[in-house]
Design a protein around this ligand. Structure first.
Ligand SMILES: [Zn+2]
Length: 276
């Protein structure tokens, strides 16, 4: 019989904070640190590596430029024309404003086969570099995190986090609903919220800790609906003082006896479990 696989992808989940707060649901029966396969600690690069098992997957950023914009920029460059300040530049800016100068990366940009391609009936809920929800992309455009860090921007930050929680609840409800169904063999859901709180509220550690405790109880509720699936909880990187750390977190509801796994090691393990 094949094993059904549930993956809770919790962005920026910090190993040391899970340990400090002793979050039992998140820790499951085995947990540990994960080694990064690359020094580029960017969310879509790391999740792309996790779902393909390689860092050679072709995704390098959150977005790809509109091909028309890219081509015209290249053309102007060949002619030696700097578009800055020209009507073309204003046109680019207008495109950016309506979100058309670029689009978020997705499965079209991945140059390697993903775990979902190996499953018979996969469910992928808002996975970065694969099928991240449009609402998350819009959130990123509306609230560039780097601009709203710090006490001065508390109003913007709280707006951003409120919108984040709304999306989180939608994902949670959807996942919970899917756990009641038995027609999928691989289900992966991505939660972004802790990453955004970690970036925006590095000066308020209590806020992040509360969010971790809340995440732990939400995970506990999901796990209470799991019967015979393998549950892997994994992060793409940790978070310290508002910055990504160069290690991630994993936990499993069955003993794996892993010893410092790399983020890309889980790919083969997932395929193995699906076939076992
Ligand atoms: Zn991330």
């Amino acid at each position: 019989m094949n094993m059904r696989v549930l993956i809770l992808a919790i962005d920026a989940l910090e190993y040391d904070l899970v340990e400090e707060l002793n979050l039992r649901h998140i820790k499951q029966v085995e947990y540990g640190k994960v080694i990064e396969p690359t020094t580029k600690l960017l969310t879509p690069i790391l999740w792309g590596a996790f779902i393909t098992g390689t860092v050679e997957h072709g995704v390098e950023a959150f977005t790809v430029k509109n091909p028309l914009v890219k081509a015209s920029k290249n053309f102007l460059e060949i002619l030696g024309i700097d578009p800055y300040g020209t009507p073309i530049w204003l046109f680019y800016r207008a495109l950016t404003k309506v979100g058309m100068s670029s689009r978020r990366v997705d499965k079209r940009d991945l140059q390697a086969k993903t775990i979902f391609g190996h499953a018979e009936n996969p469910v992928a809920i808002s996975i970065p570099a694969y099928n991240e929800w449009e609402s998350i992309h819009k959130l990123r455009l509306k609230y560039p995190l780097a601009r709203f860090v710090g006490k001065r921007h508390e109003k913007k930050a709280s707006e951003c986090i409120e919108a984040n929680w709304k999306i989180f609840r939608r994902k949670l409800n959807y996942t919970s609903e899917m756990l009641g169904k038995d027609d999928w063999d691989l289900l992966m859901v991505h939660f972004l919220i802790l990453d955004n709180i970690g970036h925006l509220y590095s000066y308020k550690p209590g806020k992040l800790k509360n969010a971790y405790r809340f995440m732990n109880s939400a995970v506990g509720e999901l796990l209470s609906k799991v019967k015979d699936q393998w549950v892997l909880i994994v992060s793409d990187h940790g978070m310290k003082k508002g910055l990504h750390t160069n290690y991630a977190f994993y936990s499993s509801n069955i003993p794996l006896r892993l010893d410092n796994p790399e983020l890309t090691d889980f790919h083969d393990l997932i395929l193995e479990k699906m076939k076992s």
